[in-house]
Design a protein. Structure first.
Length: 149
């Protein structure tokens, strides 16, 4: 069984410039194709769309495969918001005993005196966090940018 090692490199987000891209507002159909006239081109700013709080948002480059079954793969780019309060089931960047990791937060055992950080790959163990560990949720993952090719 693999152990949990640091799984992310953190970068500050540059929100000083607008990142505008053409946007198909009518939606892109996953079922039957829609007529071409349904395509309405607008522009959206990715900074405004993907970032709620520019002061507390960071990018993280994923290293490793402990979250692959949740669709978070090696080299994916995560948008992480440090201002969001972590809730049960959120994917979080956690700081444990001097190392970062990305896992799903499980709060179902709080009354028993511990919480769990759950990987999305059976090759990795669940991490049980008790009061003895130096632990904090560093941020909540809000978006995953995943390259298809």
């Amino acid at each position: 069984m693999k152990t949990s090692k640091p799984t992310i490199r953190i970068f500050r987000v540059d929100t000083t410039t607008e990142i505008s891209l053409p946007f198909a507002d009518g939606g892109i159909k996953c079922g039957f194709p829609s007529p071409a006239q349904d395509y309405v081109e607008e522009s959206i700013d990715l900074n405004k769309t993907l970032i709620d709080s520019k002061e507390s948002t960071f990018l993280g480059r994923v290293e490793g495969d402990s979250m692959k079954d949740r669709g978070i793969n090696h080299n994916d780019l995560l948008i992480i918001d440090k201002s969001k309060e972590a809730r049960h089931g959120d994917v979080v960047v956690a700081y444990i005993d001097g190392e970062f990791t990305i896992k799903t937060l499980d709060l179902t055992h709080e009354k028993d005196g511990y919480i769990e950080l759950v990987p999305a790959n059976d090759a990795y163990p669940i991490i049980k966090i008790t009061a003895e560990e130096t632990f904090r949720v560093w941020g909540v993952v809000t978006y995953n940018i995943h390259k298809l090719y």
